[in-house]
Design a protein around this ligand. Structure first.
Ligand code: GNR
Ligand code: NI
Length: 168
């Protein structure tokens, strides 16, 4: 396993649309292992492959609390089958937009389909933080960041702040 560098705005790869995975094999599992290690190290609760510069439709997540046992989850080629009309506002952050937080509203409940670590198809419902996080991650697969939902003024300020923060 290896730590990978997390790309931050305004890196152009973050705007790319990620490509579907053809087969869940050992090479892909090695990528997912690196992603999970990188996410825990950051630390974060989710990471899309494009955030480490690999534009494939792969996500890792762990929304367990700090006192709970680790609960890694892996999503390959995830799809949203349906979404509720009611919205859940949540204060979001992103490892690719460090130190910026703002409230975003998304569907409160969704039904999901994806391939897991073993390449098996899974269908399940998500709500609460799980729903928020998977939707945030799936936006990354389309080249969309949470700051894209903010006003242009707020978004531009956020990018400027990150540029200043990451300048060396
Ligand atoms: O670590 C993360 N926390 C978080 C908090 C609220 C909503 C979404 C997230 S995802 C983020 C990690 C990340 O940037 N994933 O793409
Ligand atoms: Ni993010």
């Amino acid at each position: 396993m290896a730590l990978r560098e997390i790309l931050v705005v305004p890196h152009p790869v973050l705007k790319q649309v990620s490509q579907p995975v053809e087969t869940v094999d050992d090479e892909l599992r090695a990528l997912m292992d690196d992603m999970l290690e990188t996410m825990y190290d950051a630390p974060g609760i989710g990471l899309a492959a494009v955030q480490i510069g690999v534009p494939k439709r792969v996500i890792v997540m762990d929304i367990s609390g700090p006192e709970e046992p680790k609960a890694p989850q892996y999503f390959v080629n995830p799809e949203i089958l349906s979404a509720s009309d009611d919205r859940l506002p949540y204060e979001e952050g992103c490892l690719s937009v460090p130190e910026i937080y703002d409230e975003i509203e998304r569907p409160a409940r969704i039904r999901l389909r994806y391939l897991n670590y073993h390449g098996e198809t899974v269908e399940e419902d998500a709500e609460g933080l799980y729903a928020v996080c998977i939707q945030h991650e799936m936006d990354h697969l389309e080249g969309v960041l949470f700051i894209d939902y903010l006003s242009r003024l707020k978004r531009d300020r956020a990018v400027q702040k990150v540029k200043k923060l990451t300048r060396v």
